[in-house]
Design a protein around this ligand. Sequence first.
Ligand code: COA
Length: 252
Amino acid sequence: MTHVNSFILSTLENGIQKVVLNKPARKNALSFQMYKELKMLLNESAKNNKVLIFVLTANGDFFSSGNDITASMESLSVSIDTIKELIDTIIMYPKLLIAVVNGPAIGIATTILGIFDIVYASDKAYFQTPFSSLGLVAEGCSSYTFPRLLGHSKAGDMLYLGYKMNAQEAKQHGLVSQVYNHDSLEEVWNYLNKISTLSSQSILATKRLVSRWNKEILLKVNEEEMEELKKLFESPELIQRLLNFLSRKNKL
Ligand code: COA
């Protein structure tokens, strides 16, 4: 096991790079450092011929509670640039990008799933984007991908009103490919291991074809979302709402 740092673990076996968020006491909230590590791992694995699939999963009861709000308070503008770079890297990633969502996914941990290639989930997972309760805006290209994936109205309920979507519903809407009973989630690794019998050049060529037409649009969407976020970061309301979270007045 490669310890990138103690909050992200990475292993490589049979063409599968398994990357595990490992900050369960804080529900795997994503700090700048973690965004940077994830970007570095994606860039390295893009160049590594031994990697065919990059799988993101997590330890503990949550997949991730999204952006680390404590860290955001410390240096707001740095965080936006770091997030933008990670999302650009995801958009450009040439191998298969898969999520095994072991528990609830909040904020950016939900939005980025719309730019992954395949998502598997535990039946204990739920998906929520509480931007409006924190005074944030849609990110991870969700302003573009969610209406197309989920339909206009359900995407609206999530993006504007913070609707909490359970795993089965996420499957019905096509955000998730397969829902596993939580106690059998490990079975997903047996399923993914069949990759060793498949043609990697065929998979990579198909990924090139599938992702080709959307890349430019997604890069532009990411840029626009981050511009909008930058504007909001100057607003006193956002600061107040983040402070409210920290003082526990607006827990979801
Ligand atoms: N950023 C920073 N810290 C976070 C966090 C986040 N996104 N999510 C959880 N934590 C911390 C909590 O502050 C708490 O820290 P403490 O032990 O020092 O008090 C710890 O993780 C455990 O979380 P807690 O709230 O006690 O667990 P819970 O099961 O009652 O609730 C959540 C879990 C995720 C529902 C709740 O923590 C929450 O609403 N988090 C914010 C999620 C969010 O809004 N993310 C950004 C979206 S844009």
